[in-house]
Design a protein around this ligand. Structure first.
Ligand SMILES: CCCCCCCCCCCCCCCCCCCCCCCCCCCC(=O)SCCNC(=O)CCNC(=O)[C@H](O)C(C)(C)COP(=O)(O)OP(=O)(O)OC[C@H]1O[C@@H](n2cnc3c(N)ncnc32)[C@H](O)[C@@H]1OP(=O)(O)O
Ligand code: NDP
Length: 515
């Protein structure tokens, strides 16, 4: 019997960010392994014209929850969606709902965040810092609370090369930042943002670090733990391999490469690609929830959920395997044949951006205009290049995360819990994982049918022929222009032609002799 699964039985669990990538997998695993849990409260806002109930309905009716419905048929009754917008004071939660949350909650998993790299400091602080502070305040008023688990990121201290499982202080106190953002106007905030984030690459990593400081400062008597996952990717094993439903991290770039848009990326092939499957993160999170509530460590423990030190894979191997998978399982309606490589300096990156990204987009837009359609490729390409440039920081260096606490926890689990809540990435086969990831991107993210693979392969063949035809025409035009302008080119041309003529004459004469 799994001790962790039993622990969650009968519990009232509060999850923020349950509609997000990680939140959904967390809920799924909880329902599947502890169907006797009492209730999961999820803080949700209406979005994209959907009410809370419609959002929950959509999640529960997705493929991800198919197994859950078998083991927990009354799952609908065990989810309680509570209106909450983390941008508002008290999250805009009604008095009755707040009362219920305060009096019933046993465990909190705080997953909600803005993960955008380009968010304004104001918004990133509101969500990743102030909302965390408010949630901790709520938690401190919960008499039945057993554990509060905060999801941070392994990159919250990416300005360091070696990162320990400790909370590092930021030069400016979070409270001072929160206070000053209240009265500073947006223009001034934009101006001071680079100074505040210092040697971090974006507001995301900076505000996640501030969020950790807030957790430390407001922890009081609560049992709190922080989880720091690295780059979270598709599921490895559970509930099935390859599930992914958003474009964050590598997923968007995998699509861009598969559709033939992405031709080059400034990356260091030997740098460690510290990806971690989302189900591994969820298993560790649930194990930490159990350990924190039952063993009540004296201080706030930080757990690194990374792969680099256990089972490293580098970007070269990952990129190669992604492209190899597209040979077998191509995406539909590709713009060009998938091919990409790594550039290593700014000059080659600029060159490749001009020649391999922008020029084909301009040519295609010209073709769209000629055929009376609206040009769109240049805009799309600019967006892609902007995204790629934001990722560059993370694919050109390696970090070392110590994993003392994570290993300690692993050794504390019973063999059954190590199996059911497996977070040992030493068992992960990267080539298999990446292949399933690419397949998952195709099936679950792009919703492409596997029956369309032969047609996708035909399409790639047509693209290859167009490519050869285009290159030959380009060569002939360039050559013709050169001959018209240069005596030297003309001489070379006549030499080649006469050489070919002589060779053919000799070949014809010798074959006549043989007859
Ligand atoms: C030895 C040599 C061998 C040779 C081999 C050759 C190898 C060749 C390589 C080929 C393979 C290519 C694949 C390589 C993989 C490299 C992957 C590198 C990934 C590194 C990721 C590091 C991240 C680590 C950070 C830490 C982790 C975290 O803690 S948080 C999670 C990470 N967060 C994110 O990823 C958020 C990023 N997103 C954003 O910040 C924003 O969305 C944006 C700035 C990217 C875009 O903002 P914008 O306002 O322009 O757009 P938005 O409104 O968001 O969306 C507009 C449309 O764009 C689509 N979109 C959104 N995000 C992405 C995305 N990431 N990629 C692509 N498209 C995206 C979005 O859906 C919208 O589309 P429409 O709705 O159709 O308009
Ligand atoms: N993905 C990754 O690679 C990594 C993620 N992490 C961390 O893991 C956690 C989960 O990330 P992930 O699932 O990928 O992120 P997602 O972007 O998929 O999910 C974010 C969640 O936060 C919710 N949210 C955002 N703003 C608000 C708001 N104003 N009010 C209420 N809810 C809000 C979203 O709700 P809605 O659906 O309404 O937008 C969504 O449920 C985050 O803390 C992130 O920092 C750490 C390392 C890597």
């Amino acid at each position: 019997m799994s001790m962790i699964a039993a622990f969650y039985g009968g519990k009232s669990i509060l999850i923020t960010g349950a509609t997000g990538f990680m939140g959904k997998v967390l809920m799924e695993k909880l329902f599947r392994t502890s169907p006797d849990l009492k209730v999961i409260y999820i803080l949700v806002r209406p979005k994209a014209g959907q009410t809370l109930q419609q959002r929950v309905f959509q999640i529960l009716n997705s493929k991800l929850f198919e197994k859950v419905k078998e083991v927990c048929p009354n799952v609908h009754e065990k989810i309680r969606a509570i209106y909450a917008d983390l941008n508002q004071n008290d999250f805009g939660i009604s008095k009755e709902d707040m009362q219920e949350l305060l009096s019933c909650t046993n465990i909190i998993f705080h997953c909600a965040a803005t993960v955008r790299f380009d968010d304004t400091l104001r918004h990133a602080v509101q969500l990743n810092v102030t909302a965390t502070q408010q949630l901790l305040l709520m938690a401190s008023q919960m008499p039945k609370l057993e554990a509060f688990i905060h999801i941070s990121t392994a990159f919250s201290n990416c300005n360091l090369k070696h990162i320990d499982e400790v909370i590092y202080p930021c030069p400016v106190e979070p409270k001072k930042i929160i206070d000053s953002l209240e009265w500073l106007d947006d223009a001034i905030i934009d101006e001071i943002t680079p100074k505040l984030i210092g040697d971090r690459p974006n507001t995301y990593t900076y505000t996640k670090a501030l969020g950790e400081m807030v957790v430390q400062q407001e922890s009081g008597n609560m049992n709190i733990a922080i989880i720091r996952p690295s780059i979270v990717g598709a599921t490895w094993q559970e509930p099935f391999p390859g599930w992914v439903d958003n474009l964050n991290g590598p997923s968007g770039l995998i699509i861009a490469a598969g559709k033939g848009f992405l031709r080059a990326i400034k990356a260091t092939p030997m740098a460690v690609a510290d990806l971690i499957p989302v189900d591994t993160v969820v298993n560790l999170t649930l194990a930490v929830g159990w350990y924190t509530a039952v063993h009540r460590p004296k201080s706030t423990l930080v757990y690194h959920c990374t792969s680099g030190n256990f089972n490293p894979c580098n970007w070269g191997k990952m990129g190669f395997q992604i492209l190899a998978t597209f040979e077998k399982i191509p995406l539909e309606r590709a713009f060009r044949r998938p091919y990409a490589d790594f550039t290593t300096n700014n000059f080659t990156t600029q060159y490749r951006n001009a020649v391999s990204h922008r020029a084909p987009a301009i040519i295609y837009d010209f073709y769209l205009r000629l055929t009376g359609r609206k040009p769109r490729m240049t805009k799309l390409m600019n967006r892609l290049l902007r995204t790629v440039s934001m990722m560059e920081y993370f694919v050109n260096q390696s970090w070392e995360w110590s994993t003392y606490n994570t290993e300690m926890l692993m050794s504390e689990l019973s063999p059954e819990d190590q199996r059911v809540f497996n977070f040992d990435v030493r068992q992960l086969n990267w080539l298999e994982y990446i292949e399933n990831y690419v397949l998952g991107v195709k099936k679950y993210l792009l919703k492409e049918d596997m029956a369309g693979i032969p047609e996708a392969k035909q399409h790639l063949k047509r693209l290859r022929n167009i490519h050869y035809l285009f290159n030959t025409a380009l060569f002939l035009i360039a050559w013709r222009l050169l001959i018209a302008r240069s005596q030297m080119a003309r001489n070379v041309w006549f030499f080649i032609v006469s050489f070919c003529y002589k060779f053919l004459s000799y070949f014809r004469a010798s074959s006549t002799l043989k007859v």
